[in-house]
Design a protein around this ligand. Structure first.
Ligand code: GDP
Length: 194
């Protein structure tokens, strides 16, 4: 079955979002870094499988090698199933993502969210960046412009609504993400016709 994958650092609200999309309950706020293999669910509103990839990034009490292993597994999974994956949803925390990106940008380091975004582009998977927890963000447009710029998308972010989707999983405000995902699905249907 055609698949939509969800990736994101720990604590960005991926479990909360999964619960909204599937109606299943997930272990929100659970112990991060516990390795989970990819989990597959039906996306109730749509006709495809939703795959939850393990969270990654800093996790207290989790060894560096273990964190690297999680990342390697995610990359392998995406490479292996790239042809089957219709859309990837990269979930970030709108409140902290720009600071985290800036903190991890250096001469030899690329922040994980930026790296993952480019990796998904490189392997040809259309990507929606679901910017979660927007209920906590005051300077919305400014923040989203900064994020766009960090991802190499020329601001204003509103030009990139098929990529940047501000949401609040907790408040069930998900329409921009649905809309962005739909745009990519329709593009692919068009491509299949020609
Ligand atoms: P995960 O580690 O990515 O699966 O993150 P969780 O779904 O467990 O969420 C981490 C924390 O962020 C929890 O305390 C959630 O209640 C909170 N959270 C998730 N989504 C939102 C949101 O849209 N807004 C706010 N304010 N908090 C959220």
């Amino acid at each position: 079955d055609a698949e939509v994958v969800l990736v994101g650092r720990s604590n960005v609200g991926k479990s909360t979002l999964m619960r909204e999309l599937t109606g299943h309950s997930f272990d929100t706020g659970g112990k991060p870094g516990v390795t989970r293999s990819p989990n597959h669910y039906d996306w109730t509103a749509e006709d495809f499988v939703l795959t939850d990839l393990p969270g990654f990034g800093f996790m207290s009490g989790v060894e560096e090698d273990h964190r690297e292993q999680i990342k390697t597994d995610i990359v392998r999974y995406l490479e292996e199933y790239a042809d089957n994956v219709l859309v990837a949803v990269l979930v970030v925390d709108g409140k902290s993502v720009v600071d985290i990106i800036d903190r991890h940008t250096g001469p030899d380091s690329i922040p994980y969210d930026v790296e993952m975004y480019h990796f998904l582009q490189d392997i040809g998977i259309p990507t929606v960046v679901a910017v979660n927890k927007m209920d906590k963000v005051d300077d919305r447009d400014e923040r989203l412009d900064e994020l766009a710029e960090r991802l190499g998308l020329y601001p204003p972010w509103k030009q990139w609504q098929e990529t940047i989707a501000p949401i609040s999983a907790k408040r069930e405000q998900l329409e921009p993400m649905y809309e962005a995902v739909r745009t990519h699905l329709h593009e692919q249907e068009r491509d299949d016709l020609f």
